[in-house]
Design a protein around this ligand. Structure first.
Ligand SMILES: C[S@@+](CC[C@H](N)C(=O)[O-])C[C@H]1O[C@@H](n2cnc3c(N)ncnc32)[C@H](O)[C@@H]1O
Length: 436
């Protein structure tokens, strides 16, 4: 059991089960989690593989497996929560009923406070069943003494044209006021929340399909914590909880297993609040050595490499012959117009190919060359741990021919940042890059 004090303003990159074991007992005021349903595929879930939700053949088996995987994590979360703390578990129809039973066991049935229905309209629907347009957020406390700052919502009372009596909304004692089309008042908010899903036009959108709206997290944090309290999100994705906590003057701790997610969060904290890594907050346990990177799942490795080079990972997986990311020259970045997403709509870029291989070989270079031509580009970057002699010779030959230029970048160079410098200075004579 950890004895040290809780650190805040920190993002831990790692499996939350391991990280949580190291956090002190009863040190956190509020926990929100939004775990991926199928833990085996969390990388795809973070990146929003649309196949994901269709892929369940054995739904009960999946749910049982999911609950087994979640149980030790929820036990740890319960342990780190203060006696006066609150816990919110975000899920949907795939697992919510199983999760309720799990949480009743760990938090106690009597500490269940609400099932919040987050209702939205985005996405498709079916002719065969009611459109599935809500998520469930299960709200528990650790005891019957807890913070709750009740929130208000606007409730319709009567139409302007009718002199109907006030409708009892329960607790609606605030003043009435007129708005377009009727008379309203403020009442205590219900457990059904109409908050729009992040759509493609939304300003806060970063491009991750699992990103939750800030308004949702702000509501939870305002209701269940006070200024200066500690908020923990152990599956924090692109960091919506941390951003909302920061905005509302709470301390925060984030955990995510994906180095990409951790990078995105650090960037988001800078973009929103000009918070600087290593000064205003910490990102702990990021992969720092070739050894760490060799054991990353392939998709994570690709993202790490593309981001380390200063590029933007491709959102759609296009297979081995495709391109894993794009590097936008710095001049282009500057010209990026307001409203364009992080993933840029500008079309001047260099393709990036990544292989988690000890030695990328000649066939890898050939395939990338084809991809570059197909993309109507002339230059590209190839990242691997190392390159075979054949591969280097081929890149040199292409360079001499003068039509296509492929620049090799090693993982070591990315770790010591010289790869990044190489990427931004095309004029650097490529034959000098490597001694062999
Ligand atoms: C549904 S997303 C969370 C999205 C987040 N609420 C937001 O608004 O951005 C789930 C996250 O859990 C992370 N994750 C999955 N398994 C994990 C584990 N064992 N430990 C920590 N994080 C994990 C994934 O990398 C993913 O970013």
């Amino acid at each position: 059991m950890a004895k040290h004090q809780l650190k805040t303003q920190i993002i831990y990159c790692g499996d939350n089960l391991e990280v949580l074991k190291d956090l002190p007992d009863e040190s956190v005021d509020l926990i929100y989690i939004d775990p991926p349903f199928n833990s085996n595929r969390n990388y795809e879930v973070f990146w929003g593989d649309t196949q994901e939700k269709r892929a369940f053949e054995d739904r009960f088996g999946d749910a049982a497996h999911y609950i087994d995987w979640m149980r030790p994590r929820v036990v740890e979360l319960h342990r780190v929560l203060k006696k006066t703390g609150s816990f919110y578990y975000h899920c949907d129809w795939h697992a919510s009923h199983y999760v309720k039973i799990l949480l009743d066991q760990i938090f106690d049935f009597n500490n269940f406070q609400n099932e919040i229905i987050w209702s939205y309209r985005t996405g498709g629907s079916s002719q065969k069943y009611w459109a599935r347009k809500h998520d469930s957020i299960l709200f528990y406390t650790k005891s019957d003494k807890y913070t709750f700052n009740s929130q208000k919502e606007k409730a319709y009372t009567k139409s302007k044209s009718r002199k109907a009596g006030a409708i009892d909304y329960g607790g609606g004692t605030a003043e009435f006021f007129e708005d377009e089309g009727g008379v309203y008042n403020w009442v205590n908010a219900r457990d059904v929340w109409d908050i729009p899903y992040i759509n493609s036009q939304s300003k806060e959108r970063l491009g991750y399909p699992t990103q939750k709206p800030s308004a949702l997290l702000e509501r939870i944090i305002e209701a269940s914590s006070n200024k200066g309290d500690v908020v923990l999100d152990a599956f924090c994705g692109c960091g919506t909880t941390l951003v909302a906590a920061q905005k509302l003057g709470r301390k925060w701790v984030g955990i995510d297993i994906s180095p990409t997610a951790c990078r995105v969060m650090a960037q988001r904290l800078y973009d929103n609040f000009r918070l600087e890594e290593d000064k205003d907050f910490t990102v702990a346990n990021m992969p720092r050595s070739e050894g760490d990177l060799r054991v990353l799942p392939p998709f994570e490795f690709q993202n790490w490499a593309v981001i380390a080079l200063g590029g933007i990972p491709n959102r759609v997986k296009v297979g081995d012959y495709g391109i894993d990311g794009k590097l936008y020259p710095i001049e282009q970045e500057r010209e990026k117009k307001e409203g364009q997403s992080l993933f840029g709509d500008v079309d001047v870029y260099y393709p990036i190919q990544v292989k988690q291989k000890d030695k990328a070989g000649r066939p890898d270079i050939d395939a990338f060359e084809t991809a570059i031509r197909r993309d109507k580009r002339r230059r590209g970057y190839f990242i691997a741990f190392d390159f075979s002699r054949d591969a280097l010779t081929e890149m040199k030959r292409l360079d001499k021919e003068g039509e296509i230029e492929i620049r090799p970048i090693t993982v070591r160079e990315l770790l010591d940042k010289s790869g990044f410098e190489k990427a931004v200075t095309w004029s650097f004579p490529y034959s000098l890059i490597r001694a062999n």
